[in-house]
Design a protein around this ligand. Structure first.
Ligand code: UDP
Length: 357
């Protein structure tokens, strides 16, 4: 098959419009893969919920009610769909236009796109953005992995292991346009925490550790759970926490690059951790719980420290050792593994494998 003129249809997550931050790391991942595949000569169309903005790319906006995020589900949660589902509407649109494309790429962590896979005339690649959460999702992912070998992409081996599909999944890590991320040699006296502000991200541990260490913590991200956030604000003095808002990638890297280190304190198994590679790209060392995708990103003692999960004293100890990390080594790790080109090679190989099958 002739690859150069391939047309790709990217279907976004149905949990929020692109640009709102509710889609978490998927928003940046989708943007960067679109950017790199377009640069490589692919024709890419992006479908996303109404209100989405992903400049300079044009998005086909689809109306309908948003989907509940997968993180809110428990093991036995059934699959639910709202009455006028944006997820269903996006896939109905895809069904109608599929003849114009060579490959559909699904960015949603939802049951429906997996279920629909055998009913489409063109191949579908699924990029799974989270670890295993529900039995229903595990089952449908496993079925697609078996029936359509090679079509499932993940960010890390640790993530694939939560589905027991290490052999079946293609590991893509992630990548960034490193030219956007500035390196800062002389950081200010601040720590950073970046992410959706919601209980599973464990922000309270980062705040507690920053307070003990006596270093202010700059917090960046969408407040997804207002009550959770208010509780943290009540428990901690304003000199410890500085809420910086939800910033564009350009503004985020500018602020992040000036921080001593990034704390990643998730209570759950993260598939990857875009914020971690963004920090590395700015030369900012990582301190993360030894859990999920972060274990494949942090190079112990070289670009950061892995800490016993849920241990605030562990975080405090790692903070005291941040000066052992060479900030250039952090940037170098990003350049070697997480550039757009490196990610593009991995993703293109995955797409070609599916298209040639
Ligand atoms: N982010 C952002 N601006 C902010 C804070 C966060 O654009 O002020 C983005 C960040 O670049 C990253 C995403 O939010 O891409 C968080 O993604 P991550 O993979 O770390 O976690 P997720 O939300 O997917 O669980």
């Amino acid at each position: 098959m002739q690859i150069s003129a391939n047309k790709l249809l990217f279907i976004s997550t149905p949990v929020g419009a692109l640009g709102t931050g509710i889609g978490g790391g998927v928003e940046l991942t989708l943007f960067n893969i679109t950017k790199e595949m377009t640069r490589r000569g692919y024709k890419v169309e992006v479908i996303a919920p109404q209100g989405s903005v992903m400049q300079p790319f044009i998005v086909k906006e689809i109306s309908g009610e948003l989907q509940i995020p997968g993180q809110t589900q428990t093991r036995t949660s059934p699959i639910t769909m709202p009455k006028n589902s944006v997820l269903a509407n996006m896939w109905e649109y895809a069904r109608q236009v599929q003849a114009e494309y060579d490959l559909i790429v699904n960015f949603a962590y939802d049951w429906l796109p997996f279920y629909l896979t055998p009913f489409f005339q063109i191949p579908i690649a699924h990029l799974i953005s989270m670890a295993s959460y529900t039995d229903a999702m595990d089952r449908i992912i496993e079925q697609v992995a078996t029936k359509f070998p090679g079509t499932i992409g993940v960010h890390t081996q640790t993530q694939a292991a939560t589905f027991q599909l290490e052999q079946e999944c293609t590991c893509l890590l992630n990548g960034l346009d490193l030219s956007i991320y500035q390196f800062c040699v002389q950081p200010s006296h601040n720590l950073a925490w970046v992410g959706r502000i919601t209980p599973e991200k464990g922000l309270e541990d980062a705040v507690a550790a920053a307070k003990i260490a006596g270093i202010p913590l700059k917090i960046f991200g969408v407040i997804q759970d207002e009550t959770y956030w208010q509780n943290i604000c009540q428990d901690y003095p304003t000199e410890t926490i500085k809420y910086m808002g939800f910033l564009s990638t350009f503004e985020l890297q500018k602020e992040l690059s000036k921080c001593l280190g990034l704390l990643v304190t998730s209570r759950v198994v993260e598939a990857f951790g875009n914020v971690a590679i963004e920090a590395l790209a700015c030369g900012v060392p990582l301190i993360a719980y030894r859990r999920g995708g972060l274990t494949e990103i942090v190079q112990e003692g070289k670009t950061g420290f892995l800490v016993e999960p849920d241990s605030v004293p562990g975080l405090v100890d790692a903070i005291s050792r941040l000066n052992e990390i060479d900030r250039y080594a952090c940037r170098q790790q990003a350049e070697a593994t997480y550039s757009l080109e490196a990610m593009g090679d991995r993703v293109e190989k995955w797409f070609k494998g599916i298209l040639n099958r």
